[in-house]
Design a protein around this ligand. Sequence first.
Ligand code: F0G
Length: 457
Amino acid sequence: MKTIIEPFKIKSVEPIRFTTKEERKEILKNAGYNPFLIHADDVLIDLLTDSGTSAMSSEQWSGIMKGDESYAGAKSFYRFESAVKKITGDKFIIPTHQGRAAEKILFSVIGGKGKYFAANTFFDTTRANIEFTGAEAFDLLNEIGKHPEIRAPFKGDMDVDALESFIKKYGRENIPLVVLTVTNNSGGGQPVSMKNIREVSAICKKNNIPLFLDACRFAENAYFIKLREEGYQNKSVLEICQEMFSYADGSTMSAKKDALVNIGGWLSLNDEELAMKCRNLLIVTEGFVTYGGLAGRDLEAIAQGLEEVVDEHYLQYRIRSIEYLGEKLISNGIPIIEPPGGHAIYIDAKRFAPHIPVDQFPGQSVTCAIYEEGGIRACEIGSVMFGKYDKNGKLIPAMMELVRLAIPRRVYTQSHIDYVAEVIIEVFKNRDKLKGFEIVYEAPMLRHFTAKFREIN
Ligand code: F0G
């Protein structure tokens, strides 16, 4: 059969609230044209993030009931630990309340001034946790990953020559670890090939530098390897995941993505001394080593989610639904990062609205228009999020001006996706009317969450 169906039945539903275009105009104005400041109840289809927004299965919900809430040594911890070990093969599994908590602990222990870290691309919380310690973070994405219009199978790969030069320049003793973000969220949800993981791992081993995976979307990455990399077609996704992790010395994880839960994360590693230091910090900041800021029931739900996420019917539906949206947009001439990534479509706002200069935030304009047209909430990933100012107050723009449509896992059906495409196509038809924005309020850090804007007429 050609049709790929949602591999589940729906047992519990959550109504969504419809608003009119006139109401949405008012809502946008009141939110200072910042979708982060819109009440979720005023959103019809919420594509702000795929993080913590998954629908849990009936098995996960029954796991919630079975959760063992003992402070120390809970049964749920051991189920969680064994589920994480099965995938990562790592010796020490430290639960945390979400991904950035694992990052905070790891980089507090190994970071500091005079330390240098490299990744294909650091996610913003990872970079922030590194920089917060006084260390520096460098993105060494391969060239092809920087071109939204070029189609290539593994645009998340790290540039291995750049990694060699980086190690020479900063000295192996000053590089506490190297990170591969799988898939590469900030670069369009693009996968990293097994070949690249293997090569990066070999360079790290040669220089005695540990390699860690930022593993948030490990299963989506593994499925892309199965589809696109020679030699993996007949391997199971679980085997591919195990091989990916086998080249690494540890991982940080936000379970809010590929563990199909609403909260949770982990830090996994093999180095005992480092694990002890991290556990000590965990006790100060998150909680005891067998719950790390989570309830026993959350650990149960993660353990179950990790079994479900490697199911190939699930991954086929997951990857196909993103690709399906991408194809609809591409066939209507809408510029997106190609090929579609694993968890989101990224519209290239510079090409969508070329008449809006970068310092008037074309991504913000497209994001607001999509909300106004159809009640769909997306997220600007461009100069609002990453722009900086030079010493004269002039904007230093981000590398790309993108609008991310992140698809929550197992939440929306094909007709929701059809609707999303229809709304965006409509906005694209009227793109000449889109206006630029200026910022009227911004916080000194992470301004995109709270900034307010004015339309420029
Ligand atoms: N690493 C990556 C690659 C991520 O995408 C995220 C979160 C984190 C780390 C941090 O995890 O949120 O559990 O603390 N990404 C979300 C997003 C927020 O919308 O892309 P967290």
